[in-house]
Design a protein around this ligand. Structure first.
Ligand code: NI
Length: 183
């Protein structure tokens, strides 16, 4: 398998701090190809031997803005127990409900645009319901939980120009840890 060539922007790039724009339908062929390439890239990055060969960091999600396109699209490739992937292409998403319960990733969140170690945790809702559109503009709803809910919230933040590091108080990077559940 050939690794798709993607140019992933670093957090220093101003685009990553801008709000992405709604996508119009039907989604262009170029954007569909980019979504598929990005999913393939993410899946390959989660394979240890491929990651080593190409010197990749493992990632499960990517927003189009990270690739230089200010469009409200993100993709996620989440590995199942059996090694296959759940693949999501999420367009113009909106969180319509959130659990009260908060969680955080114990080992810290990661982002393919943040190329440095980061101390601290990010509070996320344990479950969220998200309304979004498919390529043709059909409205869909999905309810996600646990690590997938974290990924959705992380990627939706990207569409609003927010990086996970922006949500960590550098003076108190483990703030409110006791009030949340670690995953
Ligand atoms: Ni990210």
């Amino acid at each position: 398998m050939k690794l798709p060539k993607l140019k992933i922007l670093d957090e220093k790039n101003k685009l990553l701090h801008k709000v992405s724009k709604d996508v119009t339908f039907p989604v262009s062929k170029e954007d569909r190809i980019l979504a598929l390439d990005t999913i393939k890239y993410l899946e390959m990055s989660q394979d240890e031997s491929i990651a080593e060969k190409y010197n990749l960091r493992a990632g499960m999600g990517m927003a189009f803005v990270q690739l230089g396109h200010l469009k409200r699209i993100f993709v996620i490739a989440s590995e199942r127990e059996d090694g296959t992937f759940e693949e999501y292409v999420i367009i113009n998403p909106k969180i319509i409900s959130r659990s009260e319960e908060l969680i955080y990733v114990g080992e810290g969140e990661g982002c393919l645009s943040v190329n440095r170690p980061v101390e601290g945790i990010v509070p996320r809702h344990a479950r969220v319901t998200v309304e979004y559109y498919d390529y043709e503009g059909n409205k869909k709803t999905i309810r996600v939980r646990e690590d997938l809910a974290v990924a959705f919230q992380h990627e939706i933040d990207h569409l609003d120009g927010i990086l996970f590091v922006d949500k960590i108080d550098p003076k108190n990077p483990y703030k409110n840890k006791d009030k949340m559940r670690e995953i």
